[in-house]
Design a protein around this ligand. Structure first.
Ligand SMILES: N[C@@H](CCC(=O)N[C@@H](CS)C(=O)NCC(=O)O)C(=O)O
Length: 191
């Protein structure tokens, strides 16, 4: 269910890498210290452990590391920074609202506070409007082919309805979601 983990699974699928997966519960966090204590001081997922044992956390950092040297992360410094621009946007202005609204409405066991939910949804709509304006004139967030910026933002955008968002109000976003999902190698968030 974790969009942050899905970003990483999506890129691993596109790159054709094999990996082992250790699942943790996103609601019951009692075994986090046992599973993640030595690997990630924040005890959050995704946490990637490389062959050789080096751990790396934060979905954006993991995407950058895995995509380095591939077409998913351009080498031109300015274009690369544009990719990072959208990945920072995702972390600061998108996932904290769209991802959290989805968590509250479809995953958390207790009902959300209606005022807090409405505030998250208002900020989430702002993020979707920003993406829609940008995508009206271009096929992908940066350049003519998908990058890890598209994968990072696809993760929580494509399930935004689960957070109470009406994606029909963002036609350029809907067309972009279809383009990202039609890339060869794409995998769905759930089997
Ligand atoms: N900024 C982090 C966020 C990671 C995150 O919040 N992961 C959630 C699951 S999607 C989690 O582990 N939550 C449990 C907790 O915060 O204790 C990233 O992009 O990887």
């Amino acid at each position: 269910v974790s969009g942050n983990c899905y970003k990483v699974r999506l890129l691993l699928a596109h790159l054709g890498y094999d990996y082992d997966r250790v699942e943790v519960d996103v609601v019951d966090r009692r075994n986090r210290e046992q599973v993640l204590g030595e690997l990630n001081p924040a005890r959050r997922i995704p946490t990637l452990v490389l062959d050789g044992g080096r751990p790396l956390a934060e979905s954006g950092a993991i995407l950058c590391y895995l995509a380095n040297g591939t077409p998913w992360l351009p080498t031109d410094p300015f274009v690369r920074a544009q990719v990072l621009q959208w990945m920072f946007f995702e972390q600061s202005s998108h996932a904290p609202f769209i991802g959290v609204a989805r968590y509250w409405l479809t995953i958390a066991p207790e009902a959300p506070n209606p005022d807090a939910l409405a505030a998250k949804q208002a900020r989430g709509r702002g993020a979707l409007h920003a993406m829609d304006r940008h995508l009206e004139e271009r096929p992908f967030l940066v350049g003519e082919r998908p990058t890890i910026a598209d994968l990072a933002l696809y993760a929580y955008t494509h399930v935004a309805a689960e957070g109470g968002f009406n994606l029909g109000q963002y036609p350029a976003v809907v067309s972009w979601l279809e383009r990202v999902a039609s890339e060869p190698g794409h995998v769905r968030i759930a089997a």
